[in-house]
Design a protein around this ligand. Structure first.
Ligand SMILES: Nc1ncnc2c1ncn2[C@@H]1O[C@H](COP(=O)(O)OP(=O)(O)OP(=O)(O)O)[C@@H](O)[C@H]1O
Ligand SMILES: [Mg+2]
Length: 584
């Protein structure tokens, strides 16, 4: 399918209808403009020579109908033709507004469909692609669809206008029409052919620079702490300046390419008008040729900007082609539309065990195996600890159990049911997960704990219960505003340990049957960690826990402990007990 075809199929039904209506509107806009032009022409001619009315059947019939003196008829004719002009202006104003709104609504639609598609891709896709490119597609590249549509519409309206103007010139004088079209159209065509490839190259350059520009700003702001302490601002200044200058250089040149032929051709058209004047004044009688010439002048005055706009629109379309190709390819590979999966999956209960049987995993086809035939049984209601060196694969193991990643080999069963595409949504609705670094939303404490719910849907009692269960109630109540206090997205107004406790409360709010803590308390001091974990374990009820930790204190609290090393898992039972006894 062609890129534009892909975009067409992405549009909603009402958008497709609007598009068709807009095309009719474009034809109307162009025709009314030409009609207005003709009205002025006819009026001027009749005013100069009232005898023309007699030779013109429709006008004569009209005059007989209206009656009155010819003076009165002229005034009436003037008013009628003014009305034609006014209607044409109103139509053009409304049409322009409708076309603009439509183009922006299509940009929004593409943005929404694309983002919805990305959000429904699996975790491995996000791990591989990275956020920068996706952000650029959603935020910047989607706008180029809007730009393409706006210019496509301009192109169409002006093409119709040009055609009508040329036809009306041809009626009066075919030679002039042919000369005008060939010289003006041909001139622009030559320019366009000369710059075509350059425009596409600029488009590709702008796409890659756009992504880079986002990356520089994003990484600098996310890493603001490193940046400030390493005083690396000048380095970022330079990186940003380099990419923005390259970008604006390319944009400015594209813009220039779109504009400069205008001046060349305006000059040529002026010369052509003079030539025209000399040509028509030879054969025609006095007076009539002046009317004809003023018609050509007016027609040219309307024709030149129309052809210029066609050219400028072509320049922008060509420049945006690489972006449109890219967006179409993205839409094809992420075809889901938003709001199709509104029904929440039913949670699964955990009665017996989570079982991993010879599970292997690697991040990329030829990368080394992070996990190599790992088997593990997590009995329902038990507390299982995983330990191991940094980089040994603990988080990867957790992601597999959560259904975020799928095993390369082996199987994961929940109560004997295979964890696969069909069962993952229900399973994920049943688990609570606290990652190593907790993301804080730019919202109230309450909304942060009841993550993903609108303020009206939040159960206040449940929020407080979750906060108490995570040992977070104390510090939350001391915040100005308590549960209504606003937190900041980068978590800057919370300590690392406070963020982690918000993260645990967030997981508890869901009342999960299975709770996973991935080094979720490593920012807490030993005593607080112990208090929080003891509370989580004590209040677990029938809940099953998987705790990833380094510290012996935490590991002690587990029923069974496993250690990951070089991709394999071993249970670590006996040695721990004497070690702990010796310390206490
Ligand atoms: N997104 C990724 N792409 C490719 N390789 C990855 C990715 N994430 C992790 N790895 C690799 O997988 C291995 C295990 O990583 P993992 O995050 O599971 O370790 P971990 O045991 O949780 O470490 P830590 O204690 O530091 O959190 C690492 O050695 C790393 O090289
Ligand atoms: Mg980890």
């Amino acid at each position: 399918m062609s890129p534009l075809g892909v975009i067409w199929t992405t549009l909603s039904r009402s958008q497709r209808r609007r598009f068709v209506v807009l095309q009719f509107l474009s034809v109307l806009m162009a025709s009314s403009t030409v009609l207005g032009l003709a009205a002025v022409m006819v009026f001027l001619a009749v005013l100069a020579d009232p005898a023309l009315i007699d030779g013109h059947a429709p006008l004569r019939v009209l005059q007989d109908l209206v009656g009155g003196t010819s003076q009165e008829f002229m005034r009436l004719l003037g008013a009628a033709f003014s009305l034609v002009l006014i209607s044409s202006a109103v139509l053009n104003v409304l049409g322009t507004r409708a076309a603009g709104r439509f183009a922006y609504s299509v940009g929004d639609r593409i943005r929404e469909v694309l983002f919805a598609g990305y959000l429904r891709r699996d975790y491995l896709f996000h791990v591989r692609v990275g956020a920068g490119r996706l952000m650029d597609n959603v935020l910047n590249q989607s706008d180029r669809v809007t730009l393409t549509l706006l210019n496509g519409q301009l192109l169409f309206t002006n093409a119709v206008l040009t055609l009508l103007v040329v036809v009306s010139i041809a009626v009066v004088n075919p030679v002039v029409a042919a000369v005008g079209v060939l010289s003006l159209g041909g001139g622009y065509l030559v320019f366009y052919r000369l710059v075509r490839h350059r425009l596409a190259a600029h488009g590709r350059l702008q796409a890659s620079l756009g992504a880079e520009r986002i990356a520089v700003v994003e990484q600098s702001l996310f890493g603001i702490k490193y940046l400030l302490t390493s005083r690396a601002q000048p380095w970022v200044d330079q990186r940003l300046a380099a990419v923005t200058r390259a970008m604006s250089g390319s944009m400015a040149e594209t813009q220039f390419i779109g504009r400069f032929p205008k001046y060349v051709l305006e000059c040529l058209a002026g010369v052509a008008l003079i030539a025209c004047a000399l040509f028509v004044s030879r054969g025609a009688a006095n007076g009539a040729w002046l009317a004809q010439l003023s018609f050509f002048g007016l027609a040219g005055f309307r024709l030149l900007p129309a052809i210029q706009q066609i050219y400028a629109a072509l320049v922008i379309l060509r420049n945006n082609r690489p972006a449109i190709d890219n967006i179409a390819a993205e839409l094809l590979s992420h075809p889901q539309a938003p709001a199709t999966d509104t029904s929440a999956p039913a949670p699964i209960s955990l009665q017996q065990a989570i079982e991993l049987d010879a599970v292997s995993f690697r991040y990329a086809p030829h990368a080394r195996r992070v996990l190599d035939e790992v088997s593990l049984r997590i009995a329902a209601g038990s507390v299982v600890g995983i330990t191991g060196e940094s980089g040994s694969g603990k988080t990867t193991l957790v992601d597999l159990v959560l259904g975020l990643l799928s095993p390369e080999n082996g199987r994961i069963d929940i109560d004997g049911r295979r964890l696969e595409d069909a069962t993952v949504p229900g399973w994920q609705a049943s688990v609570g997960y606290v990652p190593q670094d907790v993301m804080i939303l730019d919202a109230s404490v309450r909304e942060n704990i009841a993550f993903g719910l609108a303020p009206g849907e939040i159960d206040e009692a449940r929020v407080r219960e979750a906060a108490a269960g995570a040992g977070a109630a104390g510090f939350i109540e001391s915040l100005p505003g308590g549960y209504a206090a606003r937190l900041s997205a980068n978590g800057a107004n919370l300590s690392g340990g406070q963020r982690q406790r918000i993260g645990i409360a967030r997981a508890l709010y869901r009342r999960p049957v299975f709770l996973v803590l991935d080094e979720a308390t490593n920012a807490l001091d030993r005593d607080s960690e112990r208090v929080v974990i003891d509370a989580v374990i004590r209040n677990r009820g029938a809940r099953t826990l998987l705790i990833v930790a380094h510290g012996a204190a935490l590991i002690d609290a587990c029923d069974r402990v496993y250690e990951l090393r070089e991709g394999t898992l071993r249970e670590r039972v006996p040695p721990l007990v004497p070690v702990r006894a010796a310390h206490e």
